[in-house]
Design a protein around this ligand. Structure first.
Ligand code: SAM
Length: 202
């Protein structure tokens, strides 16, 4: 099964699932909003069913939200307020956004799912102007020893997509190596852990 087929299949269930840690989610939304300006054009990659996009879009001038899964985008399009979003079925390839000049790119719970993470970070860097922001939150599943056998077993039975087992320092290093300076980092929540990074394009 391709990753797109995997996410299409689970989209209806994903749409109904509860946020696993609402306090951590709200905290990262608040932290993200601190870095957005009313004049910004924001591009959110891997937006899923658009819940975060709908929370943030009102704080900026324009908001493009994309996802590789058509089923996720269909669910997002049906939500109240979706008409305020520019929703697209697309991956992380910069050619999909040739018509945009985003000030900020967002990627929540996405980077560990990308088979070509370095290529994606390179494209995000290329899409942004110098000083533009890349804000991400990434599951550092490499921090927990049991994720390796768990992931392998779930992938074997088709219940998990591709996922990269990264630890926190590796996530930070990948973003820095792509040409960003980290201006804020955090773990929300520390126990999972999920790495929140605000990075400025050099
Ligand atoms: C764990 S969900 C996160 C969704 C949303 N960002 C959130 O935080 O709730 C991962 C999302 O990434 C999308 N995705 C997976 N691979 C992708 C890729 N290569 N490019 C863009 N989106 C992708 C999936 O379709 C899915 O909607």
């Amino acid at each position: 099964m391709t990753d797109t087929a995997f996410w299409d299949k689970i989209a209806p269930r994903y749409a109904k699932s509860k946020i696993s840690n609402p306090d951590a989610y709200e905290e990262t939304l608040t932290r993200t909003m601190q870095h957005l300006n009313a004049s910004d054009h924001v591009l959110e990659l891997g937006c899923g069913t658009g819940s975060t996009a709908l929370r943030l879009a009102g704080t900026v001038k324009a908001y493009t939200a994309s996802d590789i899964s058509p089923a996720m985008i269909d669910i997002a399009r049906a939500k109240p307020g979706a008409e305020a979003l520019d929703l697209r079925v697309a991956g992380t390839d910069r050619t999909s956004y040739h018509d945009l000049k985003p000030d900020t790119v967002l990627a929540f719970n996405l980077l560990h799912l990308l088979p070509d993470l370095d290529g994606a970070l390179h494209d995000i860097h290329a899409m942004l102007p110098p000083g533009g922001l890349f804000i991400s939150k990434t599951a550092a599943i490499g921090e927990k020893w049991y994720f390796r056998p768990l992931l392998a077993a779930m992938q074997f039975i088709g219940k998990a997509p591709f996922a990269r087992l990264m630890k926190v320092p590796e996530i930070d290093a990948k973003i820095e190596e792509a040409g960003f300076e980290l201006i804020e980092t955090g773990l929300y929540p520390p126990s999972t852990p999920s790495r929140f990074v605000v990075a400025r394009r050099i």
